[in-house]
Design a protein around this ligand. Structure first.
Ligand code: ATP
Ligand code: MG
Length: 381
């Protein structure tokens, strides 16, 4: 069911982007809205909060683009080609709204395991931003860092945590998927402006999540607008690496590293593998995701960790979500609502075991091998 819907949403979105690109704004607006509608429909078919979030975000992006087109249609001016100063102001506002985000209130100690990745990020980002005096002459910090690895293993988490560790850095957080869906047509301007602002407000960290969506559709599906964003991003990143004193670093994240074309790969000189959690990290992830709830003393996180070899961090988070709901599910909902004195029992070890039966690991061994191969071939740097 949902795969069907997904194909529909993709088709509408693709057609919308095409129409947008060709200047058929009315048609594009309607198609964006259709894509958004299907995405919102899809929310009903999943209880996975990350999927819900993704659908919602994409839908919002399409709706915003449809709105922008609508107001342009009224003015009969194609977006991006109107009066210059108005446009620039609007773009500035958009950047403030869409990109400049609060510094995340997590730091690297909230990330379980991944010691190598943490060390690499400290060396590549935290140190150069905090101690620029150490990075002079030929000792130059990396300007582009790529986090790659299987889905749900903490790439987004660790990027945000790194930003949380650098107190006085400005953090720009942009999803490449939003960039191409929401801003297509103006996105290359947005990228250019983004790097200008980042330079003004340095030290800065620019985090581009799902960076593969910019490079994925090589050849056939690739349209002009997309190519222009890509080119702009490449040249903005390049511009930075030539300005020696600048303290602006770009972090990209992807779970399909093989889709990153070689031009981009070259800009991300440091490539860090964010792997599945090891035994110790899994136990910590269990604990982190079970905090603040009444628990039996017999819960054995180490034992649960033994049973979840191959699970990703987000798989474990899902197990915990299930387990901690168990005491609530046993109770009558009407009672719970009407009588506030009815309370739930503590969570037991057995609740986790039951949850484990329902949540399987999401990364297959075959996929894992592909990630490790890519890391062998292109990793580190
Ligand atoms: N090492 C970890 N420590 C703590 N929590 C983790 C870790 N890895 C994953 N998680 C949990 O899984 C969730 C998903 O992780 P995250 O979104 O960072 O994955 P990702 O690697 O960016 O995945 P994707 O490739 O799908 O974007 C986190 O919000 C967190 O709850
Ligand atoms: Mg992510």
């Amino acid at each position: 069911m949902s795969t069907n819907l997904y194909a529909r949403a993709q088709r509408f979105a693709k057609e919308a982007v095409k129409a947008d690109d060709e200047g058929k704004f009315v048609e594009a607006k309607n198609l964006y809205l259709k894509a958004a509608e299907v995405l919102l429909e899809m929310k009903k078919f999943t209880s996975n909060p990350r999927l819900v979030d993704t659908y919602e975000r994409s839908a919002k992006g399409y709706i915003a683009r449809a709105k922008a087109l609508k107001s342009q249609i009224k003015k009969k001016v194609p977006p991006g080609k109107g009066g210059k100063s108005d446009d620039d102001d609007e773009l500035d506002d958009s950047i403030e709204d869409a990109i400049v985000s609060e510094r995340p209130d997590i730091n690297l100690s909230d990330v379980a395991g991944l010691e190598d990745a943490k060390t690499a990020l400290r060396e590549a980002i935290v140190l150069p931003l905090l101690r620029p005096d150490l990075f002079t002459g030929s000792r130059q910090p990396w300007r582009g860092i790529l986090l790659h690895g299987p889905p749900g293993c903490g790439k987004t988490l660790i990027a945000k945590a790194t930003a949380g560790d650098v107190d006085d850095a400005t953090f720009f957080n942009i999803s490449a998927a939003t960039l191409v869906s929401k801003w297509l047509g103006e996105s290359e301007k947005l990228v250019k402006k983004l790097y200008e602002i980042a330079k003004e407000k340095q030290p800065s960290i620019i985090f581009i999540d799902e960076v593969d969506s910019l490079t994925q559709s090589r050849g056939e599906g690739e349209n002009d607008a997309m190519r222009r964003v890509k080119t702009q991003l490449l040249s903005s990143m390049e511009g930075l690496s030539s300005g020696k004193g600048d303290r602006v670093v770009t972090i990209g994240a992807t779970n399909v590293p093989w889709d990153i074309d070689s031009a981009f790969r070259r800009r991300f000189q440091r490539r860090i593998y964010v792997s599945l959690p090891n035994h110790e990290a899994r136990a910590i992830i269990f604990k982190l995701n079970s905090e603040g709830i009444a628990m039996d003393e017999d819960i054995d996180f180490k034992g649960l960790s033994d049973m979840t070899e191959g699970y990703s961090g987000s798989d474990i988070a899902n197990v915990c979500k299930e387990a901690v709901m168990a005491p609530i599910r046993e109770l009558d909902q009407t009672d719970l609502i009407n009588d506030t004195s009815v309370s739930a029992r503590p969570v037991r070890h057995q609740d986790y075991l039951n949850a484990l039966e329902n949540v399987n690991k999401s990364v297959s061994t075959k996929e894992l091998i592909r990630f490790e191969r890519w890391d062998d071939e292109f990793g580190a740097g």
